[in-house]
Design a protein around this ligand. Sequence first.
Ligand SMILES: [Zn+2]
Length: 429
Amino acid sequence: MHEVVSLARELIRFDTTNTGDERGAGERRAAEFVAERLAEAGYEPTYVEPAKGRGNVVVRLPGADASRDALLVHGHLDVVPADGRDGWELPPFEGEIRDGYLWGRGAIDMKHMVAMSLAVARRFKRDGVVPPRDIVFAFLADEEDGGHQGAGWLVEHRPELFEGVREAISEVGGFSVDVRDDVRAYLVETAEKGSMWLRLKVRGTAGHGSMVHTDNPVAKLAAALTRLDRHRFPLVLSEPVRDFLAGVSELTGVPFDPDDPEAAVARLGSLARMIGATLRDTANATMLSAGSRSNVVPSVAEATVDGRMLPGREAAFARELAEVLGPEVEMDWDELPPVQTTFDGRLVDAMAAAIEAEDPGARVLPYMLSAGTDAKSFQRLGIRHFGFAPLRLPPGLDFTALFHGVNERVPIDGLEFGERVLDRLLRTC
Ligand SMILES: [Zn+2]
């Protein structure tokens, strides 16, 4: 078995479910495993545990040209929960291999990239490969819950680990999409929407449920959420989305009308769910709570809304939300900013060349991710982010449905392909 496959398999076998606290000991065990594999190859890993059980591992491989900025290659070790009873065909934490796939929670989010990075880091050290510039490899905790015990904590408390780093690669990108028979595009994430997690509160007049009520907070909140659900935020064709749609159009020969990007998105098949969400801000209600008895109208009703805004829309989004929800809804929120960089430079050229070498005729295209990653934390250090965890996928696989979904799995040949691309990239960037 190829080393990258056995590493990915072993990583999946650590149940690193992010429980939001120290209950999940899997993150530490996975981090210790990573640190041991690195030490075995000759590194002296820095192990950081911001809170009990939340392990992070960082190493630096010196490059040939110390005057150049360093590159950060990071991946998170934690995963979202998985329950074998939810319809998984194979158990989520056993790393079983079937039909050419390695199965398990984390297979694509994102232990595949962790395994690829680890395999390449080990090979470079063992073989004495000196990359063109310093490479910092970081294996992180807590991405799935905001990175407070992972990337966010390290940026705040251990910035020296990332000294000289100006660019980074990580999730979510580098995967292939079949745009036409045997023509593949590899999507490189150059932007991420920002997030605004809102807590809404509506106050009203409490009283007996049998009486006439005109000031019921439950009804008022329900009406506000219905307005929000029906509201459509303005269509904004941002640069990465336009470049992506124009690139697809070039490859398929189907013309792209910039005045009607929704038509172009509708032709994208299963990718439309994700790309479609980058044409507008979105706000989806996710939690509701009010009352404690069936015959008592409560004085307060509360809800949580998952808001996501496009780069540059932060202030406008907050204003528009307040307007739609109305003056009776009190709002407070946690906000993480959007991320955006340009699709150019030596690193991007090296990505395109590495893909071309392993999949001749394929193109790399920029795109915007509708969700967020640890890039938001590293942005605070002025680090440009590219989602590039290279992976060749078979046509027809609904890749986006595997993220946090059941039957998460990674094609083994795609994983080996990705490791070859990453190896090339890190030797040439
Ligand atoms: Zn992830």
